[in-house]
Design a protein around this ligand. Structure first.
Ligand SMILES: CC(C)(COP(=O)(O)OP(=O)(O)OC[C@H]1O[C@@H](n2cnc3c(N)ncnc32)[C@H](O)[C@@H]1OP(=O)(O)O)[C@@H](O)C(=O)NCCC(=O)NCCS
Length: 245
């Protein structure tokens, strides 16, 4: 039975500092985006996500991203842990993850967006890497536009906080834990000079984010070649905390 809100359990939200956390974190993503929502974007980005080998590789990719970004302290890998009696004898169990990026196109003001080249992920499959370039390019089109706007000389704020990923173990959903992961980033946005926050939100995520102040801009349109149009892709909406006047 899922824990009730009456359970006396402690929820902690903390940056990941131990690389060993990436395996359980990847497994949470696999449960939430793979098994629960069958999100065609996440599964395409994580080949073999439901195999032991694919999970190790997926966790290794997350860890590699953490390693290259950690010194600049703009990309925050957060874990949510619950001190639970469920199988852990009271030890904290990781139940959720979020990645928040303080992003900017101007060096020194935040992290630049990742490349849209997926040749390393699908080295022998030109079609899949082309599909992913188009798919992630469409998914992040508005995000990249906002970063471009912020980089203009007339823009007072040079960066934004980007909620890049948020997932909860289905067993621990609907207990306010994603809300805490999102609040962490919004607090960081305030700390950085009350900068704006943006995200691309799934069907399940959007109401959580809207409750916390995000507003809907538009449904994301996937611009992919004809040969990919029959692929099942999830609805995502672009949200920002401040709509332009
Ligand atoms: C979206 C997600 C991160 C929310 O995590 P959570 O810890 O359950 O969220 P909270 O408890 O803080 O907020 C609960 C809200 O999430 C939304 N939500 C949770 N489960 C939902 C479901 N099955 N269908 C629709 N909305 C749902 C609801 O708005 C819910 O509020 P309510 O309980 O008042 O209806 C989690 O459901 C998840 O991992 N989903 C699958 C992956 C995903 O879509 N991630 C978001 C990518 S943008």
């Amino acid at each position: 039975m899922a824990p009730t809100s009456a359970s006396r359990e402690h929820i902690a939200i903390e940056p990941i500092t131990n690389p060993e956390d990436f395996y359980p974190v990847f497994e949470i993503c696999a449960k939430a985006f793979g098994e629960q929502t069958a999100d065609g974007i996440w599964t395409s980005m994580n080949p073999g996500w439901n195999t032991p080998e694919g999970k190790i590789q997926g966790a290794a990719r997350m860890e590699a991203r953490w390693r290259v970004t950690k010194d600049a302290q703009n990309t925050h890998f957060l874990k949510a842990s619950v001190s639970s009696t469920r199988g852990g004898g009271g030890r904290p169990v990781i139940v959720g993850v979020a990645i928040w990026v303080h992003g900017s196109l101007i060096p020194g003001h935040g992290d630049a967006p990742d490349s849209l080249d997926f040749g390393d992920l699908y080295p022998n499959d030109e079609r899949m890497s082309r599909f992913l370039t188009q798919l992630i390019g469409s998914m992040q089109m508005r995000r990249r536009q906002v970063l471009q706007e912020k980089a203009e000389p007339q823009s007072a704020q040079k960066s934004v906080m980007i909620l890049d990923l948020c997932a909860l173990d289905p067993y621990f959903q609907r207990r306010g834990i994603a809300t805490k992961l999102v609040e962490w980033g919004l607090e960081e946005a305030r700390r950085l000079g009350d900068i704006e926050a943006i995200t691309e939100a799934s069907r399940m995520g959007r109401s959580v984010y809207k409750r916390l102040g995000f507003q809907e801009v538009e449904e994301i349109q996937y611009e992919v070649d004809e040969e990919f149009r029959d692929r099942s892709l999830p609805s995502n909406v672009f949200l920002r905390t401040r709509l332009p006047l």
